[in-house]
Design a protein around this ligand. Structure first.
Ligand SMILES: Cc1cc2nc3c(=O)[nH]c(=O)nc-3n(C[C@H](O)[C@H](O)[C@H](O)COP(=O)(O)OP(=O)(O)OC[C@H]3O[C@@H](n4cnc5c(N)ncnc54)[C@H](O)[C@@H]3O)c2cc1C
Length: 416
């Protein structure tokens, strides 16, 4: 077995949360390793919209210019599509930003965004171990050991052990696993499963991001980079099972178990239950395959527990109905790195940094998590889509207000 390698911090996961914290710590002179199980570039279930409030942070992370160059058009209108209802309203702008051309959010494919961030972390000095899966964490005095496995085509899995006093869990929340910061496997009828696809040749207005409400689920559409439309949604497990059974008794091609594929059932459900979706995708072409993930785990968790710091979805997750998960991931990584870089050495210093980080996390994100949960509860209720459609038809400004309350214009502390 190879000898352990020692770092100041080991970050598990190279999504926006992991790369943001690794990059910032590396810039503060820390020796950092990022362990990521997937090879990049990789696509990911995500709507890919990023609020304008992150622009100052993206500049600080030195990927702002690349983001501006690659991302899709400015999103100046927020919409609502459900049944025959198609309503739109202005997106609130982040007026405090130094340049008016940065006042609106845009979407960038996660294959591009995550690779840009990881590259920036590497340029800042972080060591990248990829594709490598973290499979265990255990204590070793004042240090912790992380066991990682790299898949070797010839010799099978190769196991190595890394050591560091600081472990950052940035592995997201959608996969169960053996790490103390990961979740147990669940399977309940009310679970929300995530789906996403790219299409080219859509006719969605380039500056519009509609929220989609359909029976048993919610989602969104937005034009991202390279003319790709990103469509993503969450759907209840029991609704998905019903759709797959119903479809298999119709004319859609069944899978081996007699049901249609989950992606096909979701796509047809969205097309049938939102006229805005079928209009926008009329004549459009699927670009790549549909992706699935989940169940998602909305909620607020401990930011620091058993000497492991959590960032991004691992620390807390808002229902993606408000499209703020990337913001929370980037910003929580930044908040944690700021606290750690200023902490005194030793376990007491780390614990104090953990408490300050948790307070900052809750101050910045709790309202978003609760607001998203309230909107999702209405959307997923039996009469939810009809209720929401009635409300926004009479009061379209509710869409602007909702976008504002979800944190889309809230500055990142210490960066304005
Ligand atoms: C349907 C849907 C639509 C969404 N739309 C939007 C949107 O438009 N805008 C928005 O801001 N947010 C959106 N989100 C939320 C957003 O995708 C997440 O909040 C965000 O990806 C969280 O980032 P993260 O860095 O915490 O985790 P992730 O992006 O999940 O990254 C975690 C990384 O860790 C790696 N990993 C996992 N386990 C291990 C391991 N054991 N060892 C090594 N590596 C590991 C994974 O491969 C992955 O690369 C959406 C979510 C869903 C479900």
């Amino acid at each position: 077995m190879s000898r352990p390698s020692t770092y100041d911090a080991i970050v598990i996961g190279a999504g926006p949360a992991g790369s943001s914290v690794a990059l910032t710590l590396a810039r503060h002179g820390w020796s950092v390793a990022i362990v990521e199980k997937r090879a990049f570039p990789r696509r990911k279930v995500c709507g890919e919209y990023i609020s304008a409030s992150n622009l100052v942070l993206l500049d600080r992370l030195e990927i702002g210019d690349a983001w501006r160059m690659n991302a899709g058009p400015e999103i100046r209108r927020v919409g609502f599509f459900s049944g025959e209802t198609c309503v739109e309203a202005p997106m609130p702008d982040a007026k405090y930003l130094p340049s008016a051309k940065d006042a609106f959010g845009r979407a960038l494919g996660r294959d591009v965004l995550d690779a840009l961030l990881l590259q920036a972390a590497q340029s800042a000095g972080a060591a990248i171990l990829q594709p490598c899966r973290a499979v265990a964490i255990d204590r070793d005095g004042d240090m912790q050991r992380v066991r990682i496995q790299a898949r070797d085509e010839n010799s099978g899995d190769e196991t190595t052990t890394l050591r560091a006093p600081v472990i950052v869990a940035a592995h997201g929340s959608w996969e169960p696993g053996p790490l103390p910061s990961q979740f147990e496997k669940i399977s309940r009828p009310s679970d929300l499963l995530g789906f996403k696809a790219h299409f080219t040749g859509s006719s969605l207005a380039p500056d519009l991001m509609p929220l989609l409400a359909s029976p048993g689920g919610y989602g969104g559409m937005v034009l991202a980079d390279h003319g790709r439309l990103s469509i993503s949604c969450c759907i209840r497990r029991d609704m998905l099972a019903r759709l797959r059974r119903n479809r298999s008794s119709g004319h859609d091609g069944p899978t081996q178990d007699g049901n249609v594929s989950a992606a096909e059932a979701v796509f047809r459900h969205l097309m049938a239950s939102c006229r805005g979706v079928s209009d926008a995708l009329d004549g459009a072409r699927l670009d790549g395959r549909w992706l699935a993930a989940g169940p998602i785990r909305p909620g607020i968790r401990a930011c620091y527990e058993q000497d492991i710091f959590r960032v991004g979805n691992a620390a807390g997750e808002s229902h993606p109905i408000i499209a703020e998960g990337i913001s929370m991931a980037l910003q929580s990584g930044w908040l944690l790195a700021r606290e750690l870089a200023g902490a005194s050495s030793g376990r007491e210093g780390r614990e104090a940094a953990g408490r300050r980080y948790q307070a900052a996390w809750r101050g910045l994100f709790s309202t978003r998590v609760y607001a998203a949960a309230a909107i999702a509860r209405v959307a997923l209720g039996p009469a939810g889509p009809a209720l929401m459609a009635g409300a926004v038809r009479n009061f379209p400004q509710a869409l602007t207000l909702g976008a504002h309350m979800s944190g889309k214009t809230r500055p990142v502390p210490g960066l304005t």
